[in-house]
Ligand binder design. Sequence first.
Ligand code: NAD
Length: 478
Amino acid sequence: MSKSPIYDVIVVGAGPAGYSSAIRCAQLGLKTACIDNWRNKQGQRILGGAHLNSGCVASITLLESAKLYHALNHDLKKHGIHAENISVDIAAMIDHKDTIIDALGHRITELFNHHKIDSIHATAKLLNARQIRISPVDGSETSIVEAKHIILATGSSPMQLPYAKVDNEFIVDSFAALNMTTLPKKLAIIGAGVIGLELASIWSRLGSETILLEAQESFLSLPDQQISREAYRIYTQQGFDLRLGARVTAAKKGSKKVMVEYQDQEGSHSLRVDKLIVASGRKPNTENLAAPEANLLLDENGYVYVDENCRTNLPGVYAIGDLNLLGPMLAHKGIEEGVFVAEQIAGRHSTINYDTLPSVIYTDPEIAWVGQTEQALRAMGEPIKIGIFPFHATARAHASDRTEGLIKLIAHADSDALLGVHIIGVQASELIAEAVLAMEFSASSEDFARTIHAHPTRSEAFHEAALAFKKKTLHIPN
Ligand code: NAD
């Protein structure tokens, strides 16, 4: 085994957390390497990790295509636009998504080159607080690399269910679900969580009859429950067959179909579908990440134990992104942690504010929120007030023919400080940025009420929701 130079920092993993961290380390003058083993469908190296290649970016790209197809089929006539003989070539749609992913992956490579980051295509194993064994993806000789600091950012992967074994032909995981080249006539999805709903949005928009089997009796427990109820109403109206309290117990591939067994309060049921997607959660990629003698401390679910500075139990070793339990599995959380850790290593003062971390569910319409939910605040006994404004009362929503959804502001009843902002509606992922900034600056609802918003825009709903606190809304009766 050969030995290479000592780096200031080695980052393991080139997903959003890892590549952002590597870039920031290099910007701060640290000699940096990044080790990653991802290969695309052609077996070629691509940076960006699961988030780019098999997660959010891939999913959003396909959803944009699916929305176009759906609009062409269903929404254009009333605009006076007639299109005939509309058809969809799913394989070409997947190719388009892959082209975009390749281009974005290539941009990360260029950024690495620009910042003189040593990019190593290999699988890494942490041997101790300073050393990593690398096994090159091309099968060449393993070697040991050494660094003063190590940042673990290996991300997460889909959880497997022993009773619904993924074959990626009939029973597929969330990665393969973004690479299906034909349209399943009837599709079932295990799990109506974030990923299940995002995939349902894509395939139902393309025309699949989509059944979501969710073990929980309640729907979407993470967002504000008023938003979840609204989401349930909108999704079912769109044709999602949402079966709550439905726990899948078995799934078997037949000759051309999948047989799915599930149980609910009424007993056992079976379903025959063309494809089954397993979207039952993700697990951190820590299996084989560290040699046992490295003594990297993990919790019982495989998450790396870290303190509030993302430091593991090993001096100089950090874990960021999906690997730690400091916040939800979100790409932008990982990116911020990557920068936060890089700055700590460089001796800079750095902070991270998990309280103003936005969450987004990329369905159509989207769900986005920041801060606390109404149910959490009530459980804490906080005195709160609520301002709500529906998008259907804004001119812009009518102009774009997407009037569903609402903005909900929650403020402290006495201090007026904003405590939570919750949105369901088109472009919620973009709109939430205004609320994040407001909360970052400790804004009050009065600040929103006094801020002039352009008319006609969707963002006016913020202004009006704040006016609702004082029964001063202009476009709905108070
Ligand atoms: P999830 O935990 O959100 O949802 C999985 C669901 O599957 C749960 O509701 C669970 O009850 C259900 N389930 C599990 N076993 C089942 C069974 N046998 N039968 C029926 N239902 C069953 O997990 P996910 O949707 O896979 O997402 C994983 C993580 O990735 C989450 O933390 C999520 O926040 C993150 N993520 C976020 C985004 C985003 O921000 N847009 C996108 C993708 C993933």
